[in-house]
Write a protein that binds this ligand. Structure first.
Ligand code: ADP
Ligand code: GLC
Length: 494
């Protein structure tokens, strides 16, 4: 532990809200450090790339190092480091124009950047170098997703000669097992990792280099973002080919449910909303609903329920199932509004559907945080038909904004949404199991039967508003895991 006897935790992450965000990972790495840092026993720092998106925000960034270098095959590669002071912790930003000053974080709509392997290997190595240059010796390096996993490969297989990281424990969090960072075998040499790691016991995976495996194999502990997902990923159905690796490490695999930031996501204060409301007085929610209908040019229909969706447009999120279900779904008296951005094929499917049903389907292809918040607040129901969902935050935001989730029973959705029971008035939403049109449409129909029918409706909304998914508990769980890791024999990297 560092001299003040505090546990020093350093997050490595490719994104963090509000600096740069494509999905829930950013929400987690933006909120969890703040909650951890509230505990005087913990000191937290975050390291992430200086993406163009961060630059464009014109935040006060302090220069820390004008020029650091890492050993890179054939040359030394330079970067600079800037610092952003977040609420309770510092964020160190790795600045290399050529690699990070780009329109998108990882992929254009037509596909991934071809040099993502180099980009994030470099980020990982530069992050370690930054810690050394700062003399900031971590007790725990907490790396998130495949983009920061190469750090653990460098630590284990190209350790700092001075033993700087000896004693540091390594935690890897899987936010999404399907994104593994797969690259051709020659990548190892190009990023300065030893070629012998290209074997099945290390980073080889069906003929490619798999960066995520570095996080799974070289960490002291692995966590993932819900208890159900931690079990699912040990099965062939959800393990994405890595179930064997995960089963082998099951004693070191922990499922900790994400929280949501109750300060940031609060219908009583959210500046994105045209009116505010609280569990005790929901009048403002109707104003948000009207504004949402207006936004999508729908008539202000007081009776027809609004079903909202806010999502990355990715295979995971179940849009193929949604589109297949639309004919049946939109026969019902409802409006469906969708905000999303991502894969071009899914965009095209949705645009086509919108052309067919312009009077009931509202579609916005964009990343728009304000509109997302209006949808959480202004919808009556929120639909998440995911194929799989490691945790999912949008169902929790919906509950927090008094909107009833209808979700597929998988991963973290299963751990946070509970089927409403009209006999006991318990439960906060509606679930379906099979990834098929029938069950999805039935779940929506079930939900609609209770729409504005008392006493059911008030209880449903109340039960949602009363759920507690604040970060306080989850941050405590992470802290306990850090403590447990520190009780394990100290690692040496040499
Ligand atoms: P994932 O990380 O798989 O995308 P999550 O449910 O964990 O799913 O988190 C999604 C986060 O991204 C939420 O904060 C959601 O509001 C946000 N989000 C997703 N798509 C959009 C969009 N098009 N515009 C604004 N916010 C979005
Ligand atoms: C991933 C998952 C999502 C989870 C988020 C934050 O993007 O897809 O389910 O909520 O990470 O952990």
């Amino acid at each position: 532990m560092n001299p003040e006897n505090r546990i020093r935790v350093v997050f490595l992450t490719p994104e963090m809200a509000p600096l740069a965000k494509t999905g829930g990972l950013a929400d987690v790495t933006g909120a969890l450090p703040r909650y951890l840092a509230r505990n005087p026993e913990v000191e937290v720092a975050v390291i992430m790339p200086l993406h163009r998106e961060v630059r464009k925000k014109n935040l006060p960034l302090k220069p820390v190092f004008e020029q650091l270098t890492v050993d890179w095959p054939g040359q030394e590669k330079a970067f600079s480091v800037r610092e952003f002071q977040a609420d309770g912790f510092r964020v160190y930003l790795i600045d290399n124009n050529r690699l990070f000053d780009r329109d998108y974080l990882y992929s254009r709509p037509e596909g991934d950047y071809p040099d993502n392997g180099e980009r994030f290997a470099f980020f990982s190595l530069a992050a370690l170098k930054t810690l050394q240059a700062l003399s900031l010796k971590p007790d725990i390096i907490h790396a998130h997703d495949w983009q920061s996993a190469p750090a653990f490969a460098y630590l284990r297989h190209r350790p700092a000669a001075d033993g700087f990281f000896d004693g540091t424990r390594l935690l890897f969090t899987i936010h999404n097992l399907a994104y593994q960072g797969l690259f051709p075998p020659d990548l190892l040499g190009r990023v300065g990792l030893p070629g012998h790691l290209f074997n099945p016991e290390d980073l080889e995976f069906y003929g490619q280099v798999n960066f995520l495996k570095a996080g799974l194999l070289y960490s002291d502990a692995i966590s993932t973002v819900s208890p159900t997902y931690s079990r699912e990923i040990q099965t062939a159905e959800f393990g994405c080919g890595l179930e064997g690796v995960l089963r082998k490490r099951s004693e070191r695999l922990f499922g900790i449910l994400n929280g949501i930031d109750y300060q940031d996501w609060n219908p009583e204060t959210d500046p994105a909303l045209p009116a505010h409301y609280s569990p005790g007085n929901l009048a403002g929610k109707s104003v948000c609903r009207l504004e949402l209908l207006r936004h999508f040019n729908f008539s202000p229909d007081p009776v027809r329920p609004v079903v909202g969706m806010v999502s990355r447009l990715a295979g995971q999120k179940g849009f193929d199932l949604l589109v297949r279900s639309l004919d049946q779904l939109l026969k019902k008296e409802l409006y469906l509004v969708i905000l999303g951005t991502g894969e071009i094929e899914i965009q095209n499917l949705l645009v086509e559907a919108w052309r067919k049903y312009p009077d009931r389907l509202g579609l916005k292809i964009a990343f728009d945080d304000r509109l997302a918040r209006l949808i959480y607040a202004g919808s009556d129901f929120f639909l998440i038909p995911s194929r799989y969902e490691p945790c999912g935050l949008t169902q929790m935001y919906s509950l927090r904004y008094g909107t009833v989730p209808v979700v597929r029973s998988t991963g973290g959705l299963k751990d946070t949404v509970f089927e409403f029971n009209p006999a006991t008035l318990e439960g906060n939403g509606f679930l379906f199991q099979e990834y098929q049109t029938g069950p999805l449409v039935e779940a929506v129909s079930r939900a609609l039967t209770f729409y504005r029918r008392e006493p059911f409706w008030s209880r449903l909304v109340e039960n949602g508003l009363g759920s507690n998914f604040s970060w306080e508990k989850s941050a405590e769980d992470y802290l306990n895991l850090y403590r447990q890791m520190l009780s394990w024999p100290a690692a040496r990297f040499s």
